[in-house]
Design a protein around this ligand. Structure first.
Ligand SMILES: *Cc1c(COP(=O)(O)O)cnc(C)c1O
Length: 459
């Protein structure tokens, strides 16, 4: 009986030769088919009358071979499909690290496509026929915008902090306020980075108060840098005092130390947020500043370093830079974003556009969307607050408009899961789903209606 059944299992070649697989990766198809057949054989041999595979496949069915082929194909699709997919961010949190932080304007991407589908002069001086410098493509623009002496780009701001401390403070002291020993998500902590970079952390002041005298008293013959880290993702209120970057810069000047500002977000202009702006800071620039390319700066993941020419030169001489080097894609997106800052085309920087969008526009969009949402979801327009996110502007709320949804007798969590599994990320507030209009893109509206109609059937 068992033996008879075993014979019904087709030879693996019979599956592989099916036209379904003619354009697919043969090795992967073979591995999946082999695995399936082996499991089927084992199941039959074990003699268990009831098991999953036996329920799935009827050995005596006329479609048995086709069923096997279908199963192999489904598994193939599962194993080889792209896992990175577009998602709709309805959370209202503009900079979501989990959702990739800043997004790009389509026109900007169109601009860089020809440079990526062809060779380019990344490190080639076309005038003199000599080796060029990849960083020059962005440093000129950065120097024009911020009036600084020089600039350098590394992989992200964590890398920038690391490179700076490793270059200037290896086995030397870095003085920093106890109120600024920050942790950013993804295990970036100032003390740990300092340690890994070889710097000696010299904490001064207290969590809530640090005075000029604290810095002055800490300076020794072993000191190299006074660092200020921006409190990007938290705020201390109440009995507080901190020393401004400008004051730190003058102490450094008197004592021949390097003044370094880890600014975090890199806010330039265009959003009412109370964040220290690069435009303000660079009026009296510290010797070195670093910030992220993909937070409020609105470009791609990068660590942007601005500062004195002699110091940037030293950073370039550190062999570590080779390991932190950015790709041409990064430089192209940065260059295109910098051009938009120069030409004041801030509405082509989606992060800034989303954070500065007016309530009236959001209201109009909400109405248009609401009109198409099935009444099954009980849609309603409400006033809410959105956050900047991504470790930026912890205390700033942006008045926004949302659409609330709920379905009678369906748990809100179930609704959230159904939306999420269809790539629509929403938040829950007061037992309802909220779609925040601030982070929805114009070309996502039809898709949202499609998703809602789709999950309506499954709830
Ligand atoms: C975000 C942040 C970092 C880390 O920047 P990444 O670009 O995410 O590596 C470092 N310092 C501060 C103050 C930050 O806000």
């Amino acid at each position: 009986m068992q033996n008879k059944d075993l014979k019904k299992i087709p030879k693996i070649e019979k599956i592989l030769l099916d036209s379904t697989f003619c354009n697919l990766n043969k090795e992967i198809v073979k591995a999946i088919a082999k695995d399936l057949i082996e499991k089927l054989r084992q199941n039959l041999k074990s003699g268990a009358p009831q098991n999953k595979l036996r329920e799935e496949f009827d050995l005596d069915s006329a479609t048995f071979l086709q069923d096997l082929i279908k199963a192999v194909h489904l598994e193939y699709i599962k194993q080889t499909s792209s896992t990175l997919k577009p998602v709709i961010n309805a959370t209202g949190v503009v900079l979501q690290t989990n959702l990739g932080r800043s997004i790009f304007d389509k026109k900007l991407l169109d601009e860089i496509i020809p440079l990526l589908s062809h060779y380019n002069n990344l490190e080639y001086d076309l005038i003199n026929g000599k080796r060029g410098e990849r960083y020059s493509h962005t440093s000129n623009l950065l120097c024009s915008i911020f009036g600084v002496e020089d600039a350098l780009i590394v992989n992200n701001n964590a890398a920038a902090v690391f490179l700076i401390l490793n270059t200037f403070a290896k086995n030397k002291e870095v003085i920093i306020s106890r109120g600024e020993l920050i942790e950013i998500g993804g295990s970036f902590r100032i003390p740990e980075i300092m340690n890994n970079a070889g710097g000696i952390l010299k904490e001064v002041g207290a969590t809530n108060k640090t005075k000029i005298s604290d810095y002055r008293n800490a300076i020794s013959a072993d000191s190299a840098v006074i660092m200020k880290a921006h409190k990007s993702n938290f705020d201390i209120v109440g009995f507080v005092q901190e020393v401004s970057m400008q004051e730190i810069s003058s102490i450094c000047k008197e004592n021949n130390l390097i003044d370094y500002y880890d600014l975090g977000s890199g806010y330039v202009r265009g959003v009412e947020c109370g964040e220290p702006s690069l435009e303000e800071i660079t009026k009296n620039p510290p010797s070195l500043i670093s910030f992220s390319g993909d937070k409020l700066f609105g470009a791609t993941q990068a660590g942007i370093i601005l500062g004195k020419k002699v110091l940037i030169k030293k950073l370039k001489q550190n062999h570590l830079l080779r390991a932190l080097r950015v790709d041409k894609i990064t430089l192209l997106i940065l260059q295109a974003t910098l051009k938009r800052y120069i030409e004041n085309r801030l509405d082509e920087i989606p992060t800034l556009k989303m954070l500065s969008i007016s309530k009236e526009i959001l209201q109009n969009r909400a109405q248009n969307l609401l009109d198409k949402i099935p009444s099954f979801f009980n849609p309603n327009i409400i006033e809410i607050d959105s956050l900047a996110g991504g470790g930026s502007l912890p205390n700033v709320k942006f008045a926004s408009i949302g659409i609330s949804l709920f379905v009678k007798d369906v748990k809100v969590k179930k609704l959230e899961v159904a939306l999420r599994q269809n790539n629509l990320i929403a938040r829950i507030l007061n037992n309802k789903i909220i779609l925040d209009l601030r982070t929805l893109q114009d070309d996502e509206m039809d898709k949202i209606i499609e998703i809602l109609n789709h999950i309506k059937k499954s709830l």
